[in-house]
Design a protein around this ligand. Structure first.
Ligand SMILES: [Zn+2]
Ligand SMILES: [Zn+2]
Length: 351
């Protein structure tokens, strides 16, 4: 299928911030976003033997992997960015697998994410953590907004505009329409697995609780952390578009199936491998490699060393190159009276 078909360059948008957050607040913000995870982990030993067993752990890992691959390989790298071509049955399978993560219908997910790339950390970005500025409270509020709050905000992203390739496909429309049923299925399947393996109501309910509800919660927060943490914390080894603050955040690499190599991804959005440097774990890329070897995926956009080298960030404190006259409106919009962000410019837009 074709890759993204996009609107003309944006006519809205201006940078949301102009500099760096105060260093002293980082520890407090980390606590704010990691305490829920730690609480969930702390519940495991408490529940072990009463409502949690190895069977629940195995069912958890299986369904987590289906959802995480459905999101990372399917919704993100395949549907949003067209980083490979898939056989028809695989296209449908990836749409269903991603839907089981309960992060929204596939057409809407793709539309939201393409808009995020079009306006990264500028006005128009549906979930920038820099939305409320760079003060302590501004960034705290922005992290919350980019993590979860934006889902409740009345700022619709029309799929017909941002994902016309998706809305033109009857199968994608049907899978999107079936999203509520797929959510129910995502909980019913672990319940059923617990029942079949454990043979009791208690085993079925434990599987529903851990491999169903807890698994959905963990994966949702991992995905949302890419939206929030991976635009604030971490390294920026590759050049991105102006104002775009996407970062690589290694602690999330394993659980996000490679999605937290987000700086590399924003630098080269159509690339099938986000963890492109030696030693960077990227399970979604491994899944794509497997699909390719099996003959299910073709035309994979693997990293090109020369292209990577050309994008390597010369250093975020390098002076900002001057803009060319007649540049895009988004690139000449600045907040009056404040200094320009010292981030490298790349001419890329959404691939
Ligand atoms: Zn991003
Ligand atoms: Zn993306």
């Amino acid at each position: 299928m074709s890759t993204a078909v996009l609107e003309p360059p944006p006519t809205e948008g201006k940078p949301l911030t102009t500099g760096r957050q105060p260093a002293g607040i980082i520890v407090a913000l980390w606590a704010f976003v990691t305490i829920p995870f730690l609480a969930l982990l702390a519940a495991v030993p408490v529940m072990w033997g009463w409502g949690l067993s190895w069977v629940d752990v195995v069912i958890f890992v299986v369904f987590y992997s289906i959802g995480a691959a459905g999101i990372g390989t399917g919704f993100h790298r395949y549907f949003t960015h067209g980083s490979f071509k898939a056989k028809r049955w695989l296209r449908i399978t990836l749409a269903v697998a991603g839907s089981l993560a309960i992060e929204g219908a596939v057409t809407q997910w793709v539309a939201d994410h393409r808009r995020h790339h079009q306006f990264s950390d500028m006005e128009g970005d549906p979930h920038s953590p820099w939305r409320y500025g760079e003060s302590f409270w501004g960034l705290t509020k922005g992290l919350w907004y980019s993590h979860t709050g934006w889902l409740f905000h009345d700022d619709p992203t029309p799929p017909a505009r941002y994902a016309p390739d998706m809305t033109a496909d009857p199968a994608m429309r049907a899978i999107s329409a079936a999203f509520p049923a797929l959510c129910a299925l995502s909980l019913a399947l672990p319940f059923g697995a617990g029942w079949l393996i454990g043979g009791t109501w208690r085993a079925a309910l434990a599987a529903l609780l851990w491999a169903g509800l807890a698994r959905v919660t963990v994966l949702q927060h991992v995905t949302w952390s890419v939206n929030s943490l991976c635009h604030v914390f971490g390294s920026r080894p590759f050049a991105t578009r102006r104002y775009d603050r996407a970062t690589n955040l290694w602690p999330l690499a394993l659980v996000s199936f490679g999605e937290s190599w987000h700086n590399m991804h924003h630098s080269d959005p159509a690339c099938a491998r986000h963890g492109a440097e030696p030693g960077q774990i990227d399970i979604s890329a491994a899944v794509i490699r497997l699909f390719e070897r099996l003959g299910w995926a073709t035309g994979v956009h693997w990293p090109v060393p020369a292209r990577l080298a050309a994008r390597r960030n010369p250093g975020r404190d390098q002076p900002q190159p001057a803009l060319q006259p007649g540049g895009r409106r988004t690139e000449r919009a600045v907040i009056p009276g404040r200094r320009l962000p010292r981030l490298p410019v790349s001419s890329d837009r959404l691939a």
